[in-house]
Design a protein around this ligand. Structure first.
Ligand SMILES: Nc1ncnc2c1ncn2[C@@H]1O[C@H](COP(=O)(O)OP(=O)(O)OP(=O)(O)O)[C@@H](O)[C@H]1O
Ligand SMILES: N[C@@H](CCO)C(=O)O
Length: 356
């Protein structure tokens, strides 16, 4: 095999955008990059576990494992490889990770890592027959809500949905994650073939986005693991709350695609009763922050919501970004929480650029 090098670039994402719980995702302009080289043994004879060396810089560099059996990105790549009877990475694979996406903050860091990992498996394995749609199936075997990963893979502002599956395929999707991504075996290959995803699990549709709308992300310094933020949600909802969200989700994609944007319509369309009120217990001051400003009291503002499972707050706006961020940061400070902030824009999906 000839040596090769390439860069995988995958955007972060914000899920839900208010009422679109587990449905709507927005890819944003902060990118996880994997700089990959594969050098066949003729030029190097170093031995790494599963043939893969990982180096890492950026968010999480003190905590993310560099063991390819443990690291989420390479574990996912191995899942794709093993579904295609490749037991390890090609000899002398080096993956250098550059990650600016803060972990556990509601900007889809895990979804982005899974998307980049699936693409890594495809590229190093030479699995050129895997289309973006098929990669989505592999991704959904790992991250089971499609909103973040749909945005990171396909880019832009998306609605995502899952196809009803046959009982046999449903059983395959419901296989515990630990069997899809087997626990590390200390470098010993058990030879097990992981369960392949059914075909066509997930789908997406792209919505228009008015060019003047930017996303101001206010990022608190503490983490909220998504699993924990899902545990606080009820199993059943009052009918009125469901209707409230349905009315808003019918408006949201239209409202955010219209130019010039209508602030009153967008503000209304970004309200939610299915997840944000319950997550208040994990994010001090959440309800007050979301309700603290309206387009009438803050020029430039269109709407405010929790980003994904939080704790990041996403304010959509056309101007006065710094003022909007400062007002939200001040609210967090009342609860002794410090924050950073960024202005982000909708981004393209995952790309691979070959450098050799
Ligand atoms: N670049 C990365 N490399 C390896 N593992 C990662 C990377 N990014 C995220 N992870 C894993 O994902 C975990 C965070 O996932 P979690 O779902 O809790 O938060 P999130 O994806 O940032 O938030 P949300 O899903 O609400 O947008 C990290 O603790 C880490 O285990
Ligand atoms: N829709 C998911 C996104 C998590 O990233 C949730 O809100 O739990």
């Amino acid at each position: 095999m000839a040596s090769q090098s390439f860069v995988i670039r995958s955007p972060c994402s914000s899920a839900n955008i208010g009422p679109g719980f587990d449905v709507i995702g927005l890819a944003l302009s902060m990118f996880l990059e994997l700089h990959v080289t594969v050098d066949p043994p003729a030029s190097s004879t170093e031995n790494y576990p599963l043939n893969c060396k990982i180096t890492y810089e950026g968010e999480g560099e003190d905590e993310i494992s560099l063991d390819p059996e443990v690291n989420l990105i390479t574990r996912v790549a191995l899942y794709v490889l093993r579904c295609h009877d490749q037991r390890a990475f090609p000899k002398n694979t080096h993956v250098h990770v550059k990650n600016p996406i803060p972990l556990g903050r509601g900007l889809g860091s895990s979804g982005t890592a899974v998307v980049a990992g699936v693409m890594l498996g495809k590229e190093v394995g030479g699995l050129h027959h895997l289309t973006m749609e098929r990669l989505f199936d592999f991704i959904l075997m790992i991250e089971r809500h499609p909103d973040n990963v749909g945005a990171s893979l396909f880019g832009g502002f998306v609605g995502t949905y899952l196809k009803p599956l046959t009982p046999e395929d449903t059983a395959r999707v419901e296989i515990p994650l630990s069997e899809v991504l087997p626990a590390p075996q200390g470098g010993v290959d058990t030879g097990d073939r992981p369960p392949e995803p059914p075909v066509g699990i997930g789908h997406h549709i792209k919505f228009p986005w008015a060019g003047e709308i930017k996303a101001v992300a206010i990022i608190p310094e503490f983490e909220v693991p998504t699993a924990k933020a899902r545990q606080v949600l009820p199993a059943e909802y009052p009918r009125n709350d469901v209707t409230f969200n349905l009315q808003r989700i019918a408006l949201l994609p239209v409202a955010l695609g219209q130019s010039p944007p209508d602030p009153e319509l967008i503000y209304l369309a970004m309200q939610d009763k299915l997840h944000q009120p319950y997550r208040q217990t994990l994010i001090p001051g959440l309800t007050e922050i979301v309700e603290s400003m309206t387009p009438a009291t803050q020029p430039g503002l269109l709407g405010v919501c929790l980003s994904g499972a939080g704790p990041t707050i996403l304010a959509l706006a056309t101007s006065n970004f710094e003022e909007i961020a400062s007002r939200i940061i001040k609210k967090f400070e009342e609860n002794k929480i410090t924050c950073s902030w960024k202005v982000l824009e909708p981004a393209e999906g995952t790309t691979v650029v070959r450098t050799k």
